[in-house]
Design a protein around this ligand. Structure first.
Ligand SMILES: Cc1cc2nc3c(=O)[nH]c(=O)nc-3n(C[C@H](O)[C@H](O)[C@H](O)COP(=O)(O)OP(=O)(O)OC[C@H]3O[C@@H](n4cnc5c(N)ncnc54)[C@H](O)[C@@H]3O)c2cc1C
Length: 496
């Protein structure tokens, strides 16, 4: 322990994870925060689509949304459009925010399922303000839950300025080794290539896929989930903007994976996530380059990953946050959220001295639960695909599912019931949109929904649809709205 009254925290790595941790710890705790990073190594440079929870993080730090939009050249995001997952031409959206409206004791889906089974329900798209507005390229932050598409490099730089302004110290240098206490095994210091010794009470491993501390030094072990999520490569390339910015991410199914499209103010981020067992890197690069909206602005950047997580994300006086903790593909934009939730969970139990074993166990159990439930949600997208005749898609359609997902599916199919357990990230409405969107049929619904006459049910659905369409049509266009938010900066150009 250092002799300061508050713990001294050393963060290894300065990507999105490192700077988010430094920003939060320097602003919200009295700890002394030191971050070590190496420009020679750089960051992973991707990670540009977020989910609405990021606004809680920004709010806790007191970040101004307009400044964030300006500094990170961000656009608004209202959901994710999944294209081609049930076959070419098919599309649905996982939109943020409510779908329909609960009636009496029942959530909306039971009334919708009753109407669907009777043959007169329109798709869920008609009952989500977020989706209606997104499809019509409209946006207003007070009206809808939203997230951002942001430039990953600019976001880390923005957080760095914030963290340094809040008292964090940055040290440029290459970590060469990790010094551990012979008796306790705890980390005592990071030794840099130039000989500097960076000591601290607690160490946060944000070294990305390298996982220098949690795996390199502490050998946490890795739980491999490739059998559930077999994509293991990505190819990323930015391109010029074209047309209006969609206030939603596109996730387009391709031959052996899927392509992301993330519009920013100054470019579009694109990438192909794919399974190397079914597609070569050259084929992936060609496929990606053939499906861009505008001219590529760089060579496609290849990335390799193994899906899964560390067996323990917190060991002794070391916590892994970000890619060092594990990785799940960006299908539902969950990685930055996992960084944020690990930081907030850590702050809840911030140890003054050595953390009790029970606290560490609690943290790791919470993390396991959170990661597993997100994994299940991602697996659902693959397993329920309709792309018959394509080897990759045929394979994932026949995989053995995690028991936790099977239990969810059983309930949905039999009774339309969706249960969100504990602090599971995705809500009932998120599951509903993906289950229905991917064509997983529910054969039942709650019989309480039968208490309403068919005429009343029709009137309820028609009324809701009309109200939402009217609300959406009154919203400003996304581009105009974004422009008004970043006012003071150079104009957000309307792409040709
Ligand atoms: C293909 C792909 C797409 C993604 N898309 C999304 C998305 O849309 N949304 C989302 O939420 N997330 C996404 N992610 C995840 C997201 O990119 C990461 O969660 C996020 O960028 C955090 O990365 P990191 O900070 O953990 O690691 P990195 O960015 O890799 O940073 C590691 C840091 O450690 C430093 N470092 C490493 N070794 C040393 C050393 N020896 N000495 C000193 N410093 C060192 C590096 O210099 C760097 O500063 C995506 C990831 C991938 C791979």
């Amino acid at each position: 322990m250092t002799d300061t009254p508050f713990p001294s925290i050393v963060i290894a790595g300065g990507g999105t994870a490192g700077w988010m941790a430094a920003a939060a710890l320097s602003k919200l705790t009295p700890c002394r925060v030191t971050l070590v990073e190496s420009e020679a190594i750089g960051t992973v440079g991707v990670g540009e689509a977020t989910i609405p929870q990021i606004r809680l993080f920004n709010k806790a730090l007191g970040l101004d949304e307009n400044a964030l939009l300006r500094e990170t050249r961000a656009t608004f995001k209202l959901g994710i459009a999944f294209e081609g997952w049930l076959g070419e031409g098919h599309e649905y959206m996982h939109a943020f925010g409510p779908v329909g409206r609960a009636h009496g004791v029942l959530p909306f889906q039971h009334y919708w399922l009753r109407a669907k089974q009777a043959g007169f329900a329109k798709s869920l798209a008609h009952f989500s303000l977020n989706e209606i507005a997104a499809r019509d390229l409209r946006m207003q932050r007070e009206a809808m839950p939203h997230a951002y598409h942001l430039d990953a490099g600019l976001y880390a730089a923005y957080l760095r300025r914030f963290a340094e302004g809040s008292g964090a110290t940055r040290i440029e240098g290459m970590i060469e080794s990790v010094e551990r206490d012979g008796e306790s095994g705890e980390i005592g210091a990071l030794i840099l290539k130039d000989g500097q010794r960076i000591a601290g009470d607690f160490f946060i491993d944000c070294t990305g896929f390298r996982a220098l501390l949690i795996e390199g030094a502490l050998e946490a072990g890795f739980e491999n989930w490739t059998h559930y999520l077999p994509c293991d490569r990505a190819m990323a390339v930015p391109c010029a903007t074209k047309g209006e910015f969609t206030p939603y991410t596109r996730a387009i199914a391709r031959k052996a994976g899927w392509q992301w499209r993330i519009p920013l103010q100054h470019r579009i981020g694109n990438g192909l996530v794919y399974a190397s067992a079914h597609m070569s890197d050259d084929e992936a690069a060609d496929l990606l380059l053939a499906n861009l909206d505008g001219a590529p602005q760089a060579e496609p950047k290849p990335l390799r990953f193994t899906t899964g997580k560390r067996r323990q994300q917190w060991i002794g006086n070391c916590l892994a946050i970000g890619l060092s903790a594990g990785f799940m593909e960006p299908l539902e934009s969950t990685s930055i959220h996992l960084i944020q939730s690990a930081i907030s969970r850590f702050i809840q139990v911030l140890p003054k001295g050595r953390a009790p074993a029970a606290t560490i166990d609690w943290f790791n159990a919470q993390a396991d639960f959170e990661w597993q439930r997100i994994r299940d949600f991602l697996v659902l997208h693959y397993w329920a695909n309709g792309r018959e005749g394509e080897p990759f898609w045929d394979e994932v359609r026949h995989m053995d599912l995690p028991e936790t997902l099977t239990a969810k599916l059983e309930q949905w199919r039999a009774s339309g019931h969706i249960h969100r357990e504990h602090e599971e990230l995705f809500t009932e409405v998120g599951w509903l949109q993906v289950l229905a969107g991917q064509g997983v049929e529910a054969t039942g619904y709650n019989p309480v929904a039968d208490a309403m006459s068919e005429a009343d049910l029709r009137a309820m659905l028609d009324g809701l649809e009309a109200t939402l369409a009217q609300q959406a049509s009154a919203l400003p266009r996304h581009l105009d709205y974004l422009q008004s938010c970043v006012r003071g900066n150079a104009r957000v150009e309307i792409p040709a």
